[in-house]
Design a protein around this ligand. Sequence first.
Ligand code: F6P
Length: 536
Amino acid sequence: MTTTPRQSAWHQLQQHHEAISDVRIMDLFEASGDRFERFSLSCGPLFLDYSKHRVNDETVARLLDLARACQLPRRIDDLFSGVHLNNTEDRPALHTALRSRADSLVVDGADLMPEVREVGRRMEQIVDAVRSGQWLGATGEPITDVVNIGIGGSDLGPRLACTALRQVAAGGPRPHFLSSLDDEALATLLDGLDPARTLFVVVSKSFGTRETWLNAAAARSWTCAALGEKPETIAAHFLAVSANVARAEAFGIPADNRLPMWDWVGGRYSLWSAVGLVIALAHGMAAFQEMLAGAEGMDQHFRTEPFSQNMPVMMALLGFWYSEFFGSASQAVLPYDTRLAALPDYLQQLEMESNGKSVDRQGEPLAYPTATVTWGGPGNNGQHAFAQLLHQGTRLIPVDYIVSARADSVHTDQHHELVANCLAQAEALMRGRSVEDMGDDPLAKHRASPGNRPSSTLLLDALTPYSFGALLALYEHKTFVQGVLWDINSFDQWGVEAGKACAVNITDELLAGVGTPAQHDGSTNGLIERYLKLSR
Ligand code: F6P
């Protein structure tokens, strides 16, 4: 049987892993005084230090061979040119077009850029009208609060951006987010808002997501109860962003209040589109455009830098190295910046919904592991929560530390200490503490840490709309590269359908107040029965 280029490159890597798997990172630093310089990369305001990884020059060379054996150069061209990489839905994946500076991009015979630009202009008109006070509510009041109603990719990106850019141009309406069916969240949010001054943006690519529909209907009832059930009320207080015009219209959103999104933008890749409207409303169109510029800067880096100097490619290859050869089942993303506290949540959808797959692009079962579990949270807090497992647990969990050199706060000494903690965690993971280090301490065996635990450190000049956009695009392209390495379609998400179908059946039973045992298993039937008893 002939060996494919990928198999050949993989075998080279496997042999190399056998040779290097026990090498200590500290020894690699000892052997090479310029390791930090050679195993770090820059892209605009982003600096990636990957020298604390279990790799040497040969590792990098073998990983790059694998990338080329997987035809990564061609796939990158395909991504940006609109080849239907989402093969199961026969669509391109063109989130990059949303931030492109190109005058035109012809895909399947149509130039996409005029409509992208037109939607940008409409966004700007709405943002200017609302932020200037020209857009008034149904009773003549200015808008002071904007609520994004959406879930998944229609929530996570905008929610993260509004926290990350919290201090940026905050003169606009206060942003709020409504996503799950938890009506406690709905009630709590609406209790604190004035319907006369609140604008709702209903964001749903399909406009068929139950959570979003129900929350939007509740918001409409709340608004109309206060301001009157009339078209002017909806026109003054509801906008919609969707690829499904008919459903948005059926909900009652007038055409002038509807902004399109396109089927060639995946939900988890969509905050660069009108899905990002709440970001622009809360922080200004200039900040939103700066975000796009940062992402575009990363796009150019990804398209033009040699793979050995390519930040998304190197991050993807490192993640592959640990998943494939060290058996890592998860990866931690630890921002030392509360403005990025929700970044792991965003990356969970980006990476796990994109690459949490077990069949290849042709639908054939895969014989190797794919996406690891992405988790994390504010790194400083994590030191007092989960860091114990990272240092002394039995699992190898590669970590991405993210920290900014310049903070917006005035507490410079405190920022120094935050950064010191971030750098210290990465150093301690790598260095460990041997029993010998602790002399005759009776607890030496309990206090020792194995060390040799890898991490990357992303050092941002500062967290700005530009660097934030570049950071998200970095992870988008890292995710794409890993999908190429695993030969999977990173742009569909068939796995979410089964749960939705089960929910429809169980919802009907709970609403009817009676279960249908024939439809379920003993556990689900038992829980339905118990719930119905308790909720009466
Ligand atoms: O159920 C998964 C999913 O389709 C995500 O891919 C998507 O971001 C989210 O639900 C919301 O979908 P929509 O924007 O169509 O409401």
